[in-house]
Design a protein around this ligand. Structure first.
Ligand code: SAH
Length: 452
C-alpha cells in the first residue's frame, strides 16, 4: 500500500522483540512503529493496515525519548542481531525485566515474584559466531549476518558484541576462498559450496573453526587453514561439516576434525569443559557463571541426593551444581555433546559409579535415573525455545522430585509450562532473570518449582 501520513502524534510505550516501537492510535488500535524507541513521541507514516494493528515508519521524532542513545553500529537495523542498540542498557534491562515479569503473570498466572535481572558487560561477550557465506552484487564472496527474518546476508566485519578475532579469521578464510575460486551456497538453486563458518573462542583466545559445506568434503582445506592461522588468530581446531540438505538448519549431522584438537577447552565456574564444534555451549561465559550459581542456589542439592540434568549439553550445569557425593544423570540429544559430557565428567574428577550421561530425548531421563539409582531428588531442565513437551512434563511429574529448576531462553514457553506445574502440585517460589544476550531481543530466566 501507499504510505499514509497520520495526522496524530504517537507515544511509544513499548518495544517488541524485533526492536520495533509499540504505541496506540487515538482510536485505540495498536501501532508498530519501525525506527521508534520506547519514550519517543513521533509522527508516522502507515505502511500496512490490518484489522487489529497498523505498521508504520517514523516520519519525524517530535520529542526524542530520554532513553535514546546514539547507535554506534553501522549495521544496526539491517543485521538481525541487536534490537536495543539505540536505547540505554539500563532501559533495556528494565524492559527485559518487565517482559519476564509479564509473561510469568499473564501467561503463567503465577504469584511468583521476579527477584531481579542480573547483568554484566554489554559488549564483547559472545564466544560463538555463525557467519553465513553469500555473494554480493559483484558476485564476490561475502560473510556477515542474516538480516531480520530473511536470509539476505548483511556484510559485517566488526561487531562490538564479540572479539574481532572472529571477523579477522573469517576475512582471511574468505579472501583465500576467493583466490581459490570457491563458490557460495545458494539456497534457491541448492548449488554452490560454502555455507557457513562456525567459530568458538575461549576467553583467552583459543579458537575452533568449522566450515559448513554443500559437499562431502572440502578440497584445499589445508590452504584455507593456513590462511586463517596466518591472520594471527590462535586456531586450535579446524573441522569440516558436510550439509547437503536444502534446509534452514546450519550444520549437517557430522563434522570431521581435519587438523588440531577436537574443539576447545574452556574454564567455567572453576571447572574445565571440552566443547566440540557440534555441541551447544552458552555464548556468554561471565553471565553463565552467574546463571549457574543461581541454579545451584535454587537446586539446594543436599549430600547424597540425586540430580537429573535434562537437556544437559556438554554437562556443564550438572557438573557445576552437583558435588561428588551427589549422583548425576544427564540427558542430551546431540551425540557429540554427550561424548563431551562424559569426557568433562572425568576431566573434573567425577566418579564413574554415580555419573551417567545418556544420549536421547529428555523424556527418557526419569526412567534412567529411577531404574539405576532408585530415586530422583532434584531435576534441572534447560530446553530449547519451544519449552518442554507434554511427555517430558508428565515424566518429571511422575518422578515427584523435591524441586524442579527450570532454565529457559523463552519467557513465554517457560510461563506456559509453569502454569502446568502449578496445577500439578508444584509451586513456583522463586524466579530470576539473566541478561545473557545484551543488546539483542533475548533474555534468560530461571524459576524454582517446589513440591507442595
Ligand atoms: N544445559 C546446557 C544446554 C542447554 S541448551 C547448557 O547450559 O549449556 C539445550 C540443549 O538441549 C542443547 O544441547 C540441545 O542439543 C538439547 N536438546 C534439544 N532437544 C532435546 C531433546 N528433545 N532431548 C534432549 N536434549 C535436547
Amino acid at each position: 500500500m501507499k504510505k499514509i501520513l497520520l495526522d496524530e502524534l504517537i507515544t511509544i510505550n513499548d518495544i517488541n522483540s524485533d526492536g520495533v516501537g509499540v504505541g496506540k492510535r487515538e482510536c485505540g488500535k495498536t501501532i508498530f512503529v519501525k525506527g521508534a524507541v520506547v519514550g519517543d513521541v513521533v509522527e508516522v507514516g502507515i505502511i500496512k493496515e490490518s484489522k487489529n494493528y497498523d505498521v508504520a515508519t517514523v516520519e519525524n521524532i517530535v520529542t526524542p525519548s530520554e532513553w535514546r542513545v546514539d547507535c554506534d553500529c553501522p549495521a544496526f537495523n539491517r543485521c538481525g542481531g541487536c534490537v536495543y542498540r539505540n536505547i540505554s542498557y539500563e532501559k533495556e534491562l528494565e524492559l527485559k525485566y518487565n517482559i519476564v515479569k509479564n509473561a510469568l503473570k499473564r501467561i503463567g498466572k503465577t504469584n511468583a515474584q521476579l527477584e531481579g535481572i542480573t547483568s554484566d558487560s554489554e559488549f564483547d561477550y559472545r564466544n560463538k559466531v555463525q557467519y553465513p557465506i553469500s555473494t554480493n552484487k559483484n558476485e564476490e564472496l561475502v560473510f556477515g549476518y542474516y538480516a531480520n527474518h530473511t536470509h539476505e546476508v548483511v556484510p559485517h566485519t566488526s561487531c562490538k558484541l564479540q572479539s574481532d578475532d572472529f571477523s579477522r579469521a573469517a576475512s582471511a578464510f574468505i579472501e583465500k576462498a576467493k583466490e581459490l575460486g570457491m563458490t557460495a551456497y545458494d539456497e534457491k538453486t541448492g548449488k554452490g559450496l560454502l555455507r557457513h563458518l562456525v567459530m568458538r573462542r575461549t576467553h583467552d583466545g583459543k579458537m575452533s573453526f568449522m566450515v559448513v559445506v554443500n559437499a562431502k568434503k572440502l578440497e584445499n582445506w589445508n590452504v584455507l587453514l593456513d590462511a586463517v592461522r596466518n591472520s594471527g588468530v590462535d586456531v586450535v581446531s579446524f573441522s569440516v561439516n558436510s550439509n547437503m540438505k536444502n534446509t534452514n538448519v546450519i550444520v549437517g549431522e557430522r563434522a570431521e576434525v581435519m587438523w588440531g584438537e577436537c574443539g576447545i577447552v574452556e574454564e567455567l565456574c572453576g571447572k574445565r569443559f571440552s566443547i566440540s564444534p557440534m555441541s551447544f555451549y552458552q555464548v556468554n561465559r561471565k553471565m553463565t557463571e552467574k546463571l549457574y550459581n543461581k541454579v545451584k542456589e535454587y537446586a539446594k542439592l543436599e549430600k547424597g541426593e540425586t540430580l537429573l540434568d535434562l537437556y544437559c549439553g556438554i554437562g556443564t550445569i550438572g557438573l557445576c551444581v552437583a558435588n561428588n557425593d551427589n549422583t548425576l544423570v544427564g540427558v542430551e540429544i546431540i551425540p557429540d555433546a554427550v561424548k563431551n559430557a562424559e569426557y568433562n565428567a572425568a576431566l573434573n574428577g567425577r566418579n564413574e559409579e554415580n555419573t551417567v550421561f545418556v544420549c536421547g530425548d529428555a523424556s527418557v531421563g526419569v526412567n534412567t535415573v529411577t531404574k539405576k539409582f532408585g530415586k530422583c531428588d532434584v531435576i534441572i531442565v534447560d530446553p530449547p525455545r519451544k519449552g518442554l513437551s507434554e511427555e517430558v512434563i508428565n515424566e518429571t511429574l511422575r518422578a515427584q522430585p523435591k524441586r524442579i529448576v527450570y532454565v529457559s531462553c523463552n519467557p513465554a514457553t517457560l510461563a506456559r509450562d509453569v502454569e502446568i506445574y502449578e496445577k500439578n502440585g508444584y509451586i513456583c517460589e522463586s524466579a530470576s532473570a539473566f541478561d545473557l544476550f545484551p543488546r539483542t531481543g533475548h533474555v534468560e530466566t530461571i524459576v524454582c518449582l517446589n513440591k507442595q
